[in-house]
Design a protein around this ligand. Structure first.
Ligand SMILES: [Zn+2]
Length: 146
């Protein structure tokens, strides 16, 4: 009845695996543990030879050593979520100790703990962002260019 080649171009067949998976396979990333560990340390998850970050949280657009597209990885809200999930478990210990009456910090000690909490959040955020970028790079999930 109808000739499939006569369909207009917007009806092209979707390919499987999608383009992103083929790109990821070309990169030959290390295993999951190694990829995440390199990201946590702030090193390029692909080559481990150059830093991910240009400053505290700004990501290099491409790796200076291997050219991995670090800046195209859409880490978005995952790093702060992971950082809060980890750090707030430590805070919960103090909250429980306080309400059970085992620990009553002085005002000075409470201030010190607040500063430590802020520093812990900042360190955890950077480590989580590196790990998420490593995971996204291994999965080949690049940000869509609009
Ligand atoms: Zn690299």
């Amino acid at each position: 009845m109808s000739d499939p080649s006569a369909l207009p171009p917007q009806h092209e067949v979707e390919r499987w695996p999608p383009e992103a998976a083929r790109v990821a396979a070309e990169w030959e990333m290390p295993g999951w543990g190694e990829t995440i560990w390199r990201g946590v340390r702030g090193r390029c998850p692909h080559c481990d030879a150059a830093p991910i970050f240009d400053g505290y949280l700004k990501v290099h657009q491409t790796c200076a050593h291997c050219g991995a597209p670090l800046g195209d990885m859409p880490a978005d809200d995952a790093p702060p979520y992971i950082a809060m999930l980890v750090v707030l478990h430590f805070v919960a210990i103090f909250v429980v100790l306080f309400y059970k009456g085992y620990y009553h910090p002085s005002i000075v000690m409470a201030g010190v703990l607040l500063v430590l909490l802020a520093l812990l959040c900042m360190a955890a955020l950077r480590m989580a962002k590196g790990a998420v970028i490593g995971i996204l790079l291994k999965l080949g999930l690049k940000r869509e260019r609009l």
